[in-house]
Write a protein of this length. Sequence first.
Length: 140
Amino acid sequence: MKRGLHRRVMFGFVVGAVAVFAVSASYAQVQPSQAGTAPAPNVPAGDATRGSALYLATGCWQCHGFAGATGSGAPLVISGLSASGFVNYLRNPRTRAMPLYSTKVMSDAAAADLYAYIKTFKRPSDAKDIPLLQQIINEK
């Protein structure tokens, strides 16, 4: 039983690694990566469709959820970061839970695509705008 589980976990890891490599390789062809973790003040316009594929392939959903509002990671849906602020955070995260994405791992173009996709997430409703929740609060 343990052996079967171990094989499935390893298979999932290998598939994920291949997906990340494939996405990274396609971005490397679009824009050559730069060395280091220098700030990215001029982030190119991103493509949300490519960003969606990257969000899934790199496993962002594992911590931030599929809609950017759930999970153990920061809620991306309410992030007020600009595109360059987002890329700078990817390059120099302030927490150990967030992986560092240098330009060798993710180009500025790929990061811009990821940012464009995150900007498509719908912001959750405020508590005051949820009728059922207001009804429950008012009943007390």
